[in-house]
Design a protein around this ligand. Structure first.
Ligand code: ATP
Ligand code: MG
Length: 232
Protein backbone atom coordinates (compact mmCIF):
# COMPACT_ATOMS: atom_id res chain seq x y z
CA UNK A 1 0.00 0.00 0.00
CA UNK A 2 1.28 3.46 -0.86
CA UNK A 3 2.12 5.32 2.35
CA UNK A 4 0.11 8.45 3.04
CA UNK A 5 3.10 10.39 4.35
CA UNK A 6 6.70 9.76 3.39
CA UNK A 7 9.39 12.10 4.64
CA UNK A 8 12.95 11.38 3.58
CA UNK A 9 16.04 13.26 4.67
CA UNK A 10 14.09 16.27 5.92
CA UNK A 11 16.19 19.10 7.28
CA UNK A 12 15.15 22.39 8.86
CA UNK A 13 17.18 25.18 10.39
CA UNK A 14 15.36 27.92 12.28
CA UNK A 15 16.79 31.41 12.33
CA UNK A 16 15.54 33.57 15.14
CA UNK A 17 17.24 36.33 17.11
CA UNK A 18 20.27 34.25 18.07
CA UNK A 19 22.39 31.78 16.15
CA UNK A 20 20.62 29.61 13.56
CA UNK A 21 19.43 26.37 15.11
CA UNK A 22 19.46 23.08 13.24
CA UNK A 23 16.18 21.54 14.36
CA UNK A 24 15.73 18.64 11.93
CA UNK A 25 18.59 16.96 10.13
CA UNK A 26 17.93 14.05 7.81
CA UNK A 27 14.63 13.03 9.34
CA UNK A 28 12.67 10.10 7.87
CA UNK A 29 9.06 9.20 8.62
CA UNK A 30 6.51 6.93 6.96
CA UNK A 31 2.84 6.90 7.96
CA UNK A 32 0.03 4.90 6.36
CA UNK A 33 -3.70 5.63 6.40
CA UNK A 34 -5.31 4.36 9.58
CA UNK A 35 -2.01 4.38 11.49
CA UNK A 36 -1.41 6.23 14.72
CA UNK A 37 1.99 7.61 15.63
CA UNK A 38 3.09 9.21 18.87
CA UNK A 39 6.02 11.62 18.87
CA UNK A 40 7.84 12.16 22.14
CA UNK A 41 10.82 14.40 22.72
CA UNK A 42 12.12 16.95 25.14
CA UNK A 43 11.05 20.57 24.95
CA UNK A 44 12.75 22.30 22.06
CA UNK A 45 13.55 19.08 20.21
CA UNK A 46 11.52 20.22 17.20
CA UNK A 47 8.21 18.37 17.53
CA UNK A 48 6.03 21.38 16.70
CA UNK A 49 8.39 22.33 13.90
CA UNK A 50 7.98 18.84 12.44
CA UNK A 51 4.17 19.01 12.65
CA UNK A 52 4.16 22.38 10.90
CA UNK A 53 6.19 20.88 8.04
CA UNK A 54 3.92 17.84 7.77
CA UNK A 55 0.83 20.09 7.88
CA UNK A 56 2.29 22.37 5.17
CA UNK A 57 2.44 25.46 7.35
CA UNK A 58 6.15 25.61 6.70
CA UNK A 59 8.72 24.16 4.26
CA UNK A 60 11.78 22.06 4.95
CA UNK A 61 15.16 23.33 3.77
CA UNK A 62 15.94 19.97 2.26
CA UNK A 63 14.63 16.45 1.81
CA UNK A 64 11.63 14.93 0.14
CA UNK A 65 7.95 14.98 1.13
CA UNK A 66 5.70 12.52 -0.69
CA UNK A 67 1.99 12.64 0.16
CA UNK A 68 -0.27 9.83 -1.09
CA UNK A 69 2.31 8.97 -3.70
CA UNK A 70 2.74 12.53 -4.97
CA UNK A 71 5.98 14.43 -4.45
CA UNK A 72 4.90 17.68 -2.82
CA UNK A 73 8.37 18.92 -1.88
CA UNK A 74 8.05 21.80 -4.32
CA UNK A 75 4.36 22.54 -4.30
CA UNK A 76 3.29 26.13 -4.96
CA UNK A 77 2.01 28.11 -1.97
CA UNK A 78 -1.52 28.03 -3.37
CA UNK A 79 -1.59 24.28 -3.89
CA UNK A 80 -0.03 23.68 -0.50
CA UNK A 81 -2.78 25.74 1.14
CA UNK A 82 -5.39 23.79 -0.79
CA UNK A 83 -3.92 20.44 0.17
CA UNK A 84 -3.65 21.59 3.79
CA UNK A 85 -7.32 22.48 4.05
CA UNK A 86 -8.48 19.42 2.10
CA UNK A 87 -6.35 16.78 3.80
CA UNK A 88 -5.18 17.93 7.23
CA UNK A 89 -6.92 18.53 10.52
CA UNK A 90 -5.20 20.24 13.44
CA UNK A 91 -5.67 20.04 17.19
CA UNK A 92 -3.62 22.07 19.65
CA UNK A 93 -3.12 22.32 23.39
CA UNK A 94 -5.41 25.35 23.46
CA UNK A 95 -8.88 24.67 22.13
CA UNK A 96 -9.44 27.94 20.22
CA UNK A 97 -13.22 27.71 20.51
CA UNK A 98 -15.48 30.72 20.13
CA UNK A 99 -17.21 31.25 23.47
CA UNK A 100 -20.44 32.77 22.20
CA UNK A 101 -21.10 29.95 19.71
CA UNK A 102 -22.50 26.51 20.51
CA UNK A 103 -20.42 23.34 20.06
CA UNK A 104 -22.22 22.68 16.76
CA UNK A 105 -21.61 26.25 15.56
CA UNK A 106 -17.94 25.99 16.47
CA UNK A 107 -17.66 22.83 14.38
CA UNK A 108 -19.58 24.55 11.57
CA UNK A 109 -16.86 27.22 11.42
CA UNK A 110 -14.59 24.68 9.77
CA UNK A 111 -17.12 24.30 6.95
CA UNK A 112 -17.36 28.01 6.24
CA UNK A 113 -14.31 28.33 4.02
CA UNK A 114 -13.41 26.40 0.93
CA UNK A 115 -16.06 23.73 1.18
CA UNK A 116 -18.45 25.52 -1.16
CA UNK A 117 -22.14 25.73 -0.56
CA UNK A 118 -23.71 22.82 1.27
CA UNK A 119 -27.42 22.26 1.74
CA UNK A 120 -28.40 22.99 5.33
CA UNK A 121 -29.42 19.43 6.07
CA UNK A 122 -26.13 18.04 4.80
CA UNK A 123 -24.16 20.55 6.87
CA UNK A 124 -26.12 19.58 9.94
CA UNK A 125 -25.53 15.86 9.28
CA UNK A 126 -21.77 16.39 8.86
CA UNK A 127 -21.56 18.44 12.05
CA UNK A 128 -23.53 15.93 14.10
CA UNK A 129 -21.50 13.03 12.69
CA UNK A 130 -18.28 14.76 13.74
CA UNK A 131 -19.59 15.47 17.25
CA UNK A 132 -20.88 11.91 17.49
CA UNK A 133 -17.49 10.55 16.44
CA UNK A 134 -15.96 12.07 19.58
CA UNK A 135 -18.90 11.10 21.78
CA UNK A 136 -20.43 14.52 22.42
CA UNK A 137 -23.40 14.75 20.05
CA UNK A 138 -25.60 15.36 23.09
CA UNK A 139 -23.65 18.56 23.82
CA UNK A 140 -24.20 20.11 20.38
CA UNK A 141 -26.18 23.05 21.74
CA UNK A 142 -23.88 23.86 24.67
CA UNK A 143 -21.50 26.78 24.61
CA UNK A 144 -17.84 26.26 25.62
CA UNK A 145 -18.04 28.01 29.03
CA UNK A 146 -20.50 25.33 30.11
CA UNK A 147 -18.31 22.43 28.94
CA UNK A 148 -15.43 20.73 30.76
CA UNK A 149 -11.90 21.02 29.39
CA UNK A 150 -12.08 17.52 27.94
CA UNK A 151 -15.42 18.25 26.29
CA UNK A 152 -14.08 21.49 24.83
CA UNK A 153 -11.10 19.65 23.40
CA UNK A 154 -13.44 17.09 21.85
CA UNK A 155 -15.38 19.94 20.21
CA UNK A 156 -12.04 21.10 18.79
CA UNK A 157 -11.36 17.56 17.53
CA UNK A 158 -14.83 17.41 15.93
CA UNK A 159 -14.06 20.73 14.25
CA UNK A 160 -10.85 19.22 12.89
CA UNK A 161 -12.70 16.10 11.70
CA UNK A 162 -15.75 17.65 10.06
CA UNK A 163 -13.97 18.08 6.72
CA UNK A 164 -12.87 14.46 6.84
CA UNK A 165 -9.11 15.02 6.80
CA UNK A 166 -6.77 12.21 5.78
CA UNK A 167 -4.36 13.18 8.55
CA UNK A 168 -5.02 14.52 12.01
CA UNK A 169 -2.08 16.39 13.57
CA UNK A 170 -2.37 16.89 17.31
CA UNK A 171 0.23 19.00 19.15
CA UNK A 172 0.01 18.26 22.88
CA UNK A 173 -3.80 18.10 22.83
CA UNK A 174 -3.89 16.87 26.44
CA UNK A 175 -1.38 19.39 27.78
CA UNK A 176 -4.08 21.42 29.52
CA UNK A 177 -6.05 18.43 30.86
CA UNK A 178 -5.76 16.13 33.85
CA UNK A 179 -4.73 12.52 33.20
CA UNK A 180 -8.19 10.98 33.22
CA UNK A 181 -9.69 13.63 30.95
CA UNK A 182 -6.60 13.36 28.78
CA UNK A 183 -7.24 9.64 28.37
CA UNK A 184 -10.74 10.33 27.03
CA UNK A 185 -9.36 12.81 24.54
CA UNK A 186 -6.63 10.40 23.43
CA UNK A 187 -9.26 7.69 22.98
CA UNK A 188 -11.34 10.05 20.85
CA UNK A 189 -8.28 10.88 18.76
CA UNK A 190 -7.29 7.25 18.39
CA UNK A 191 -10.81 6.29 17.30
CA UNK A 192 -10.41 8.51 14.22
CA UNK A 193 -7.98 5.94 12.82
CA UNK A 194 -10.86 3.44 12.60
CA UNK A 195 -12.19 5.63 9.81
CA UNK A 196 -8.88 5.45 7.93
CA UNK A 197 -7.54 8.77 9.18
CA UNK A 198 -3.84 8.84 10.05
CA UNK A 199 -3.07 10.32 13.46
CA UNK A 200 0.18 11.97 14.52
CA UNK A 201 0.15 12.84 18.20
CA UNK A 202 2.83 14.95 19.87
CA UNK A 203 2.77 14.36 23.59
CA UNK A 204 4.87 14.44 26.73
CA UNK A 205 2.72 11.74 28.30
CA UNK A 206 4.20 8.25 27.95
CA UNK A 207 0.91 6.52 28.73
CA UNK A 208 -0.84 8.44 25.98
CA UNK A 209 2.02 7.69 23.60
CA UNK A 210 1.81 3.98 24.35
CA UNK A 211 -1.81 3.93 23.19
CA UNK A 212 -0.64 4.70 19.66
CA UNK A 213 0.38 2.09 17.09
CA UNK A 214 3.90 3.50 16.81
CA UNK A 215 5.93 5.43 19.36
CA UNK A 216 8.82 7.58 18.16
CA UNK A 217 11.16 9.96 19.90
CA UNK A 218 12.55 13.07 18.26
CA UNK A 219 16.10 13.81 19.28
CA UNK A 220 19.14 15.17 17.50
CA UNK A 221 16.93 16.12 14.59
CA UNK A 222 15.76 12.60 13.74
CA UNK A 223 13.13 10.12 14.89
CA UNK A 224 13.98 7.01 16.90
CA UNK A 225 11.85 3.96 17.68
CA UNK A 226 10.70 4.40 21.29
CA UNK A 227 8.05 1.83 22.13
CA UNK A 228 8.50 0.70 25.71
CA UNK A 229 8.49 -3.02 26.37
CA UNK A 230 5.53 -2.89 28.70
CA UNK A 231 2.12 -4.14 27.71
CA UNK A 232 -0.69 -1.79 28.54
N1 ATP B 1 11.07 31.12 14.67
C1 ATP B 1 12.09 30.53 15.30
N2 ATP B 1 13.33 30.98 15.15
C2 ATP B 1 14.37 30.39 15.77
N3 ATP B 1 14.26 29.33 16.55
C3 ATP B 1 13.05 28.83 16.75
C4 ATP B 1 11.89 29.39 16.14
N4 ATP B 1 10.82 28.65 16.52
C5 ATP B 1 11.29 27.69 17.31
N5 ATP B 1 12.63 27.79 17.46
C6 ATP B 1 13.52 26.90 18.22
O1 ATP B 1 13.53 25.67 17.53
C7 ATP B 1 13.55 24.59 18.43
C8 ATP B 1 12.40 23.64 18.19
O2 ATP B 1 11.18 24.25 18.54
P1 ATP B 1 9.83 23.44 18.61
O3 ATP B 1 8.78 24.41 18.99
O4 ATP B 1 9.63 22.70 17.34
O5 ATP B 1 10.11 22.41 19.79
P2 ATP B 1 9.10 21.41 20.53
O6 ATP B 1 9.74 20.09 20.50
O7 ATP B 1 7.75 21.54 19.95
O8 ATP B 1 9.11 21.97 22.02
P3 ATP B 1 7.94 21.95 23.14
O9 ATP B 1 7.90 20.55 23.66
O10 ATP B 1 8.42 22.92 24.16
O11 ATP B 1 6.67 22.38 22.47
C9 ATP B 1 13.55 25.23 19.82
O12 ATP B 1 14.88 25.29 20.28
C10 ATP B 1 13.02 26.61 19.59
O13 ATP B 1 13.54 27.51 20.53
MG1 MG C 1 5.90 22.16 20.70
Amino acid sequence: MTPLIQLAGISKTLRGQGAPRIVLSGLDLTVHSGESVAILGRSGSGKSTLLSLIGLFDRPDGGRYVFAGQDISRLSERRAARLRSDSFGFVFQRFFLLKHLTAAQNVAMALVNGQGWLPRRMRRAKIMAALDQVGIAHLAKQKPPRLSGGEQQRVAIARALVRRPRVLLADEPTGALDTETGNLVVDALHATTNHGCALILVTHDHDHAERMGHVLRLSDGVLHEARQEVSR
